[in-house]
Structure formats: structure tokens, C-alpha cells
Design a protein around this ligand. Structure first.
Ligand SMILES: Cc1ncc(COP(=O)(O)O)c(C=O)c1O
Length: 407
């Protein structure tokens, strides 16, 4: 009997071995590769507005360059950008924050990483309702803390109930990660539910990272409430995370922020001073123009998203056997394709038994790229981002219809 080959040991750290690459970025990259190879690919993978950044924001960046704002800034951001963010929260939500409570980072994803690194470590538990944005569990894993998943369902509109939250709490619970409107489902928590969750967090002494990056993309019938707005005691337990990527079509500028109690903000600023020194000076100047300039551009883009959402819901209704909940915010449709498992699909009649294989088969047969729900902790589901023009969405649905055996 031959001896078993010794397992090859990776040179990579345990922390990096624990995480997976971002599934949405991987799906987007695969679609781009097929496109580059000459295929007519329609990609609905990335959560990225297709609009260009409004002109007055680009102009502010050019002016900053011309004025020589090309140096390191304070680690947590310039006073101007922090003040502009605090003013925005006072204006929109009546929330009082001082600039030292604001930490501006290289995108909201970086802000989330900073919050988790500042607060969590081995032995801590972090509650995450599923389906969740792909990066949450891996960013928690990087800190050595343990993600604790709370399953929500399409029947509940993908909303975690206060009772579910309470029963997931243990003596090790440090943080709840809440995201409303939610990526990937578009679920938007009703204010009453948020308030009940907030009361439990205060009573049980648990911090809440409230990821509000889709706050400005809300559709008829839904309402956005900032988690910190349920009283001073709730604000003391809340770390708001948001940024300019989605509302102002500024994904490439990489500016996000966290608003937190002073001790946590100071911890994050210290961390950032060692990690990245500061976010880009030019992008910070652009972010000032975005949050303190005219907001009509945000509404114009929201109206376009609303029109696309209507169209997507219409097409989903016409497709056979797809369960879904209507998204109240963000720009995603999230639907259950499991009724199609085990049945012949596409031009070659392939059969699949999971959402990942469904996405691969759809891409290979019809060159339509979606993201598997497996990446979001929701097996059987797929995510379609409607942050792309109506014509592409129409063609995409024509191809999906064909793939499912329709006309
Ligand atoms: C829920 C959620 N949070 C945070 C982010 C990060 O946004 P950014 O890093 O571009 O600011 C995204 C991006 O897709 C997201 O969907």
C-alpha cells in the first residue's frame, strides 16, 4: 500500500486561506473574458450603476488637481469631506454627528473592513441575516470572529424578525450586520421592524453595523429609515456605513464612510493611518461636491432605476415558476430557479441541480451572466442586477425566456 502523499502546505496565512474571492467580481470577470473572446455577452452581475458620474462632481475633482490637492490628507479624511457627510445626515435624517465621528475610507467595503477589524476578533460572534452581501462573511472571517447566520425567507420579504435576532444572541455576540435596502434581495426593512431590532440591540448591549449604501435608491411603497434615528441610545450602538458609489454613480472613485461613536471612530482612524494613510485626496474633493452639491442627479438616476425595476418585475411575472419578492430598494432582482432543476434547459437540454450550475449553463448557452445565490447564502436563487440599460435588460430576459424553454 503506498503511503499517502503529504498534504502540501500553503505559504498563505490562515486568515487569507479562510476567505474566498468575491463571487460577484469573479462572475463579472468571467463575463468580461467571454466578451473579450468575441461573444455577445449580456452581463447582469455587477452592482454598479451604468451612469457616468455627474459633471459637477468630475469638475470638482479636476479643480482639486489644479489647486494642488494631490497630497496625503488626514488619515480619516479631510475636514471638508467629514463635515459635508455630517451635514448630509443632519439635513436628511436629523442626525447629529461631529466630524471626529466620521471616518472616510476607500469605499464602503473598506469602511466595513475597518469597523470589523476595530471591533471584532477571535471569540466574538457576528450576526448576519441571510441572504447577505457576499463580502460580509469573509470580512468577518478575516478578523477571526465567527459569522452566525439567521435565515430569512422569501415569504417574510427577506426581512429578519426581531424574534429571530433575539434568539441568535449569545454571550459572545458583539455585532449585528444589517443591510437595508439589502443586496442581493432589495428587501427594505419596515421602520417598525428596525425600531424593534434597535431596542433589542440596546437592551442586550450589541453593536449594529448598519450598511445603508442603497439608502437613496428606494421605490414606491418602501421607506428608508437610518438605523441611528431611533434615539440617542440607539445611535450610541450604531455604526452607519455608506458612501458615494451607488447614489452618485461613483464606484471607481472609492469613497465610503462610517459614522460611529467617538471611541470606535478613533479606533478606525488609527487603523486606517497604518493601513492606507488616507483615501485619495482627489476623490475626497469629488465626494464633497457629491454630498453637498445639487441632489437632482440622484433623483434622476433613481427614476431610471425605478423604470427598469418595473420592467424587470413585468418580465419575471411572465416567466414560469420563479419565486421572488419585489425589491423595495437597490437595483437587484433575486429569484428562485430551483423549480427548473432536473429539467432540460437551453438549446442542448442540459440539466442542472443547483443555482451555480444554472448560471454556468445560462452563460454558456445564452451568454447571459447572473450571480448564483450560493454566493449570498441562498441556494436555489440567482441575482440579476438591473443597473444596466433597458434594451440590454429586454434582450437578457428574451434569452432567459428561451433558456427556460419559452418562445
Ligand atoms: C451591501 C453593500 N455594501 C457595501 C458595498 C460596497 O460599496 P463600495 O465599496 O463601492 O462603496 C456594496 C457594493 O456592492 C454593497 O452591495
Amino acid at each position: 500500500m503506498s503511503a499517502a502523499a503529504p498534504a502540501t502546505k500553503s505559504v498563505l496565512s490562515d486568515a487569507v486561506q479562510r476567505i474566498k474571492p468575491s463571487a460577484t467580481i469573479a462572475a463579472g470577470t468571467k463575463a468580461k473574458e467571454l466578451k473579450a473572446a468575441g461573444h455577445d455577452v449580456l452581463s447582469f452581475t455587477l452592482g454598479e450603476p451604468d451612469f457616468t458620474t455627474p459633471q459637477h462632481i468630475c469638475d470638482a475633482a479636476k479643480a482639486a488637481m489644479d489647486a494642488g490637492d494631490t497630497h496625503y490628507t488626514a488619515a480619516a479624511g479631510t475636514l471638508q469631506v467629514k463635515q459635508a457627510v455630517c451635514d448630509l445626515y443632519a439635513r436628511f435624517y436629523g442626525l447629529e454627528y461631529d466630524p471626529p465621528q466620521c471616518v472616510v475610507s476607500n469605499g464602503a467595503k473598506h469602511s466595513i473592513h475597518n469597523v470589523l477589524t476595530a471591533l471584532c476578533g477571535p471569540g466574538d460572534e457576528v450576526i448576519i441575516p441571510t441572504p447577505y452581501w457576499v463580502s460580509y462573511s469573509d470580512l468577518v472571517g478575516l478578523t477571526g470572529a465567527k459569522p452566525v447566520f439567521v435565515e430569512t425567507t422569501v415569504e417574510s420579504g427577506w426581512v429578519m424578525s426581531p424574534e429571530q435576532f433575539e434568539s441568535a444572541i449569545t454571550p459572545s455576540t458583539k455585532l449585528l450586520m444589517l443591510n437595508s435596502p439589502t443586496n442581493p434581495t432589495g428587501a427594505t426593512y419596515p421602520p417598525e421592524t428596525l425600531e424593534q431590532i434597535a431596542r433589542i440591540a440596546v437592551e442586550r448591549d450589541i453593536f449594529v453595523l448598519s450598511d445603508e449604501i442603497y439608502e437613496r435608491l428606494i421605490y414606491a411603497g418602501s421607506e428608508f429609515r437610518s438605523f441611528a434615528s431611533f434615539g440617542k441610545d440607539v445611535q450610541e450602538k450604531t455604526i452607519i456605513v455608506s458612501g458615494v458609489s451607488k447614489a452618485y454613480a461613483m464606484t471607481g472613485w472609492r469613497i465610503g464612510w462610517a459614522l460611529a461613536p467617538l471611541e470606535i471612530a478613533a479606533g478606525m482612524a488609527k487603523l486606517q493611518s497604518q493601513e492606507t494613510s488616507c483615501p485619495s485626496s482627489i476623490s475626497q474633493a469629488a465626494a464633497v461636491a457629491a454630498v453637498s452639491g445639487p441632489q437632482v442627479c440622484v433623483e434622476e438616476m433613481r427614476l431610471e432605476f425605478a423604470e427598469r425595476r418595473e420592467y424587470v418585475l413585468q418580465r419575471l411575472k411572465e416567466l414560469p415558476d420563479l419565486a421572488y419578492a419585489e425589491p423595495g430598494g437597490a437595483f437587484y432582482a433575486f429569484f428562485d430557479v430551483s423549480a427548473h432543476f432536473g429539467k432540460p434547459l437551453g438549446s442542448k437540454g442540459v440539466k442542472v441541480d443547483n443555482a451555480t450550475d444554472f448560471c454556468t449553463a445560462l452563460l454558456e448557452d445564452q451568454f447571459v451572466a447572473l450571480v448564483t445565490g450560493d454566493a449570498f447564502g441562498a441556494p436555489g436563487y440567482v441575482r440579476l442586477s438591473f443597473a444596466t440599460d433597458l434594451k440590454t435588460i429586454e434582450q437578457g430576459f428574451d434569452r432567459i425566456t428561451k433558456f427556460l424553454g419559452g418562445a
